[in-house]
Design a protein around this ligand. Structure first.
Ligand SMILES: [Zn+2]
Ligand SMILES: [Zn+2]
Length: 740
């Protein structure tokens, strides 16, 4: 017998081999009808999968229905099978690669004899509708690896054969799902039958490499989505449409805010004059606020010595997210990579994949590495290091004496530590720490609050880059606070307050708070358990005391300490992680920071890292989407445009322009001999908040006719009134103009 613990806390005894479907039926007819899959001890399984177990231990058990987000994933993966089946019918000979669910739907990578285009979508969807109407079941079966390999070979699926050879040989059996004539190698789970698919739509087709490896064959990636109901799909498509209109990459181009040039480099933002205005206003806004709150501005350079980052732990912990270190001596770069791989040791499959991804990014994959066994890989790297040492005439007796990978790594590290090397700054903290250390500090000096718009660099994969929101160089509105342990709570509160002030000013009022704790199973953190426990406890106390609602999530901490992130919903409901406040007891220890306490002895300060915007690039990218490019008056690159109805009024127009400019507004005039309607339309498209239309009547009365971007015509007003009205709106940082 097997004991199942249900979500309501009750338990149920069932014989081993019972199917989740039977359990659902025994609970209720309705539940059985709605059931999509089951969750057993945290694993999602098919309704027909027999429950294992000897009855000794209790299993948690839940039936998943369309209400559960996990059920949606099962549905989408199942719809990927249905899409592949439809494609196979219409494009015989198509090779299938991978077809997983993703956040917004699913995709399937395919290699079709005739490339698929969007024009084919309607007939693929038509075929899928037939399959859904047929409501055939998804049937699971298993085969030992050799038979499984033979089966996918018979099905003509060469990518699947390769997948088995590369990644799945170590399993005793492999599972398949059959749906009518369609069989796919698949781990599952799946919906009970195709009829559960409520609504779906093919969205786009793009190029994708086999196993995301750009040295391999290029395939086609068919993107689609699926839901349990048509209404959910309609809502999603509406949101997609709205998001498209707001896409900061398109608006950024259209409104001339920023550009990215492959010649300069992918992921490196070039701020055009209009975007630079928005950024400088936001920076000034923050700078003023920081001065009021007792911060001191500092400036630091864009690079630092590797030693600095070895001390902080930024290197090599996060090297897979950094630009390659710059060594003065060429041999050091290559030996550094050998050291990196040797020190990692023998790795399991997942870790090896991460390391291998990085090695490919760094163009460091010695010959024979990929095919070698886990231990053999270290030998390949070792042989490569020996070749380098000889070739580049680096004399390193310690290396040759060493017998294990870890000893070899240690010998290389010792040598590398003596080499001059620099890193493009991945974070500003170590630089600020050395400003703190530059003078003796007493408890009377604390808190020391150092602020900088510091530019940092991350080596994101090309495929991950996205406009301004995923970039390789960005500027944080960063600051580091050095405080006594007694000051931690007050300073954390003040920083939470600052983040909220910033978000409220920009109308980002729908947010939630996420407390990022460490993942105890991961090795990517510096510092002892005691220090972490204390930091996490303190941070949770502060958040609880603030009364904000929050969720605590493991694995979301910074590598030196726990943090609070503000996750903001924009006006169309999408979530973005923005401001962050982080508590750190570890870097002060690693850098031996001190202040002299009341008792005249040295004490260790605590650090707070925080950035209310996060990064200027990302924040402004999100703001562009939030405002759909229509910035409020105080932020708009061009606030007012003068529009004379004919050239006869240019002189008066220029007087109006001069008056507004001297009042501090960013104003221009459209002096072209175009029709007034055309000029208005253009200013409207450029999302200029105010247009001042000028003709005979306005000139003789000394007025201008005011048009507001969204409210339209507000009628003629004396110039002084216009200046007063706009000055009020801008200085109060109003998000919307007042009605006429
Ligand atoms: Zn599958
Ligand atoms: Zn920092």
């Amino acid at each position: 017998m097997l004991t199942l613990k249900l979500p309501d806390g009750s338990t149920r005894q069932v014989p081993a081999g019972t199917r989740p479907r039977d359990v659902a039926e025994s609970i209720g007819k309705r539940l059985a009808k709605d059931a999509i899959a089951a969750k057993v001890n945290g694993t999602i399984v098919d309704l027909d999968r027999e429950l294992p177990g000897d009855g000794a231990s209790e299993s948690s058990f839940a039936v998943l229905t369309p209400k559960d987000p996990e059920a949606l994933e099962v549905l989408r993966h199942s719809t990927a099978h249905i899409m592949a089946r439809a494609v196979m019918r219409l494009f015989p000979g198509t090779q299938l690669a991978f077809g997983p669910p993703i956040e917004s739907g699913f995709y399937y990578d395919i290699d079709s004899p005739t490339p698929i285009t969007e024009a084919d979508f309607p007939r693929i969807e038509e075929e899928m509708r037939k399959i859904v109407a047929g409501a055939e079941p998804f049937e699971r079966f298993e085969r030992p690896v050799p038979e499984a390999r033979a089966l996918v070979g018979d099905l003509g699926q060469h990518y699947k054969v390769e997948h088995i050879d590369d990644d799945l040989k170590q399993y005793p059996t492999l599972s398949f799902y059959r749906q009518g004539e369609f069989i796919d190698l698949c781990r599952g789970p799946h919906i009970p039958h195709a009829g559960k698919v409520g609504a779906f739509k093919l969205l786009s087709v793009a190029g994708a490499y086999w196993k995301n490896d750009n040295t391999r064959k290029q395939l086609q990636r068919l993107y689609a989505t699926a839901f349990f109901s048509q209404k959910e799909l309609d809502d999603y498509l509406r949101l997609l449409e709205e998001a498209k209109k707001r896409d900061h990459r398109l608006l950024g181009k259209q409104l001339k805010l920023f550009t990215i040039s492959p010649i300069v480099g992918s992921g490196l933002i070039l701020w055009m004059p209009r975007g630079a205005i928005v950024r400088s206003i936001l920076e000034a806004f923050i700078k003023d606020e920081l001065i009021k709150r007792g911060y001191q501005p500092v400036y630091t350079p864009h690079i630092g010595r590797l030693e600095l980052y070895r001390t902080s732990g930024h290197f090599p912990y996060y090297r897979d997210a950094q630009f390659a270190p710059m060594y003065t001596r060429p041999a050091a770069g290559a030996l550094d990579l050998c050291q990196y791989r040797l020190s990692a040791g023998v790795l399991d499959e997942t870790k090896e994949k991460n390391v291998h991804d990085y090695m490919q990014l760094a163009h460091f994959v010695p010959e024979g590495y990929e095919k070698a066994t886990p231990e053999g890989k270290l030998e390949v790297v070792h042989q490569y290091a020996v070749k380098l040492l000889n070739l580049l005439q680096v004399d390193l007796p310690d290396y040759h004496k060493a017998t294990s990978a870890s000893e070899r790594a240690a010998a290389l590290l010792k040598w590398l530590s003596d080499q001059e090397g620099f890193l493009l700054k991945p974070m500003n903290c170590p630089h600020h720490i050395h400003i703190y250390k530059a003078e003796p500090r007493s408890y009377r000096d604390l808190p020391v609050r150092l602020a900088e718009f510091g530019t940092v660099y991350r080596y994101e994969q090309t495929g991950e880059l996205n406009g301004m929101t995923r970039v390789r160089g960005f500027t944080q509105d960063d600051a580091h606070l050095f405080v006594t342990p007694d000051q931690v709570a007050d300073e954390m509160r003040a920083n939470i307050d600052l983040v909220l002030f910033v978000l409220n000013t920009l109308g980002l009022t729908d947010y939630r708070v996420r407390v990022g704790l460490r993942d105890p199973a991961s090795g990517k953190y510096v510092g002892s358990d005691e220090v972490w426990n204390e930091a996490e406890r303190n941070l949770l106390d502060i958040v609880k005391a603030s009364g904000m609602s929050y969720t605590a999530e493991q694995g979301e901490a910074a590598f030196y300490g726990p943090k609070i992130d503000f996750v903001v919903k924009d006006c169309i409901g999408r979530e973005w992680q923005l401001g962050t406040v982080q508590l750190d007891y570890n870097l002060p220890r690693r850098f031996n920071l001190e202040y002299i306490g009341k008792d005249n002895t040295p004490h260790q300060p605590v650090m707070i890292h925080r950035a209310p915007f996060g990064s200027m690039e990302r924040f402004i990218g999100i703001l562009i989407e939030h405002f759909a490019g229509a910035f409020p008056l105080w932020l708009a690159p061009e606030q007012v445009r003068i529009l004379p109805v004919s050239e006869r009024f240019t002189d008066y127009g220029k007087q109006v322009e001069a008056k507004l400019r001297s009042a501090g507004f960013r104003v221009s005039g459209d002096w072209r001999p175009e029709k007034i309607g055309y000029k208005i339309r253009e200013a409207q498209l450029e999302k200029i908040p105010y247009m001042l239309v000028i003709g005979e009547k306005e000139q003789s009365a000394g007025t201008a006719s005011v048009r507001e971007r969204s409210a339209g015509d507000l009628g003629a007003m004396p110039l002084d009134d216009i200046v007063k009205r706009l000055t009020e709106e801008a200085s109060q940082r109003r998000l919307k103009s007042a009605e006429a």
